[in-house]
Design a binder for this molecule. Structure first.
Ligand code: PMP
Length: 378
């Protein structure tokens, strides 16, 4: 399906690929050449399993934007935040352990949980993110069975796939519930700096140093460099570094040093602003196309940042079964079922507006509208 959906005539609203067209490639190639020339002996060598110290300091500066006050010694650089997810799950979960996650949740995290045979219990969301009452209910129901979840995995800001953001009041409530019941929190925040209003939400980690925070340069710089990180409490750090070492020996020195130079020598914040402006235009194109072309009884969120619109289709439509017909009509999306561990999501789908141009997005949504009309006519 991926191969078919990648054909040029298909408008893919399926993937979450960042749009890197605006990156300053000339300046970056000069940086790459200079890195090899001046620091090649270090950049092309093995390095520390925890990551390049200068970069870990800069990562703390980046996190400061979200109100986080961190020590570079508690940052572990990983091969994308995906690797951090894998390592954290490996450290905490034995087969059969329960983890809490929003419903829907990030497909890559669900993949890591499944790989270590953890059982996911989903907690519902609304337009303001995770619903604290539902979290409390889930925790109490599990407690009645003698189960304490290993952690809550949450994407509080510009959620993937739901597109929503947890309000400040709820941030406090969620932390309070988890503290009361002794449940760890993993905050996954690759989109936090990609808000359309320019507002930056304080991270959960900014309120509670016990939170494990996962970050990434994939969306703010270059996903292909595979540089992400975990900020962990000191008690977890050594285990995480050991796990990272056994997985990869060390993250790529060259890529880390390139990211470090980029942060040091380029106006990366205005680059993020440029990215975000492009994403806002694309979001607008998608929202107006949805209004124009989708049948009645479809519902979707209005994302205030990030990459995604989460769409609920009319009763009777199965988004997984519909996908081959959509691809035949030259539009692709991600069916909602991939974002649940428990088989839900067949009336939902995720649309990504990050990669195609506004014109292609409009055309893709027009095609999707036609496919939905045809499903409803059957
Ligand atoms: N978490 C979330 C919520 C994501 O959307 C993604 C990428 N799609 C990742 C983690 C992984 O990002 P990376 O490994 O590129 O840092």
């Amino acid at each position: 399906m991926f191969a078919v959906a990648s054909r040029p005539e298909v408008v893919s609203l399926a993937g979450g690929m960042p749009n890197l067209a605006a990156l300053p490639l000339e300046a970056l190639s000069a940086e790459v050449a200079d890195l090899v020339r001046r620091e090649g002996q270090v950049a092309l060598q093995y390095g520390s399993a925890q990551g390049v110290p200068a970069l870990r300091e800069q990562i703390c500066e980046v996190m400061r934007l979200e109100g986080i006050n961190a020590d570079p010694g508690d940052v572990v650089v990983t091969v994308g935040s995906q690797m951090a997810l894998d390592l954290v799950t490996r450290i905490f979960c034995d087969p059969g352990d329960v983890v809490l996650a929003e419903g829907p949740s990030y497909v890559g995290a669900l993949g890591s949980f499944a790989a270590y045979q953890a059982r996911v219990v989903h907690v519902g969301m609304d337009e303001h993110g995770l619903v604290p009452e539902l979290l409390r209910d889930a925790v109490r129901t599990l407690a009645a069975q003698g189960i304490t979840p290993k952690f809550l995995y949450t994407i509080p800001t510009f959620h993937n796939p739901a597109g929503v953001t947890l309000t400040l009041e709820r941030r406090a409530e969620v932390l309070e519930i988890c503290a009361r019941y002794g449940i760890g929190v993993i905050e996954d925040n690759p989109y936090g700096l990609l808000g359309f209003s320019g507002r930056i939400y304080p991270a959960l980690r900014s309120f509670d140093p016990g939170v494990i925070y996962l970050g990434s340069f994939s969306k703010t710089f270059a996903s292909g460099l595979r540089v992400g990180w975990a900020l962990v409490p000191p008690a977890v750090r050594d285990r995480l570094v050991l796990a990272a070492e056994s997985a990869t020996l060390c993250p790529p020195s060259f890529n880390q040093m390139l990211v470090s130079r980029y942060l040091e020598g380029h106006d990366w914040r205005s680059q993020v602003k440029t990215f975000t402006e492009a994403y806002r235009d694309r979001r607008d194109a998608m929202l107006s196309a949805l209004e124009t072309y989708l049948p009645d009884d479809c519902r979707w969120n209005v994302p205030d940042g990030g990459f995604y619109v989460w769409l609920t289709v009319p009763e009777g439509v199965d988004t997984k079964a519909m996908l081959p017909r959509a691809v035949t009509a030259r539009v692709a999306y991600a069916s909602g079922t991939g974002f649940y561990a428990d088989g839900l999501g067949s009336r939902q789908l995720r649309l990504s507006y990050c990669y195609p141009t506004p014109e292609r997005i409009t055309e893709g949504v027009r095609r999707l509208g036609g496919v939905l009309e045809a499903e409803l006519d059957v």
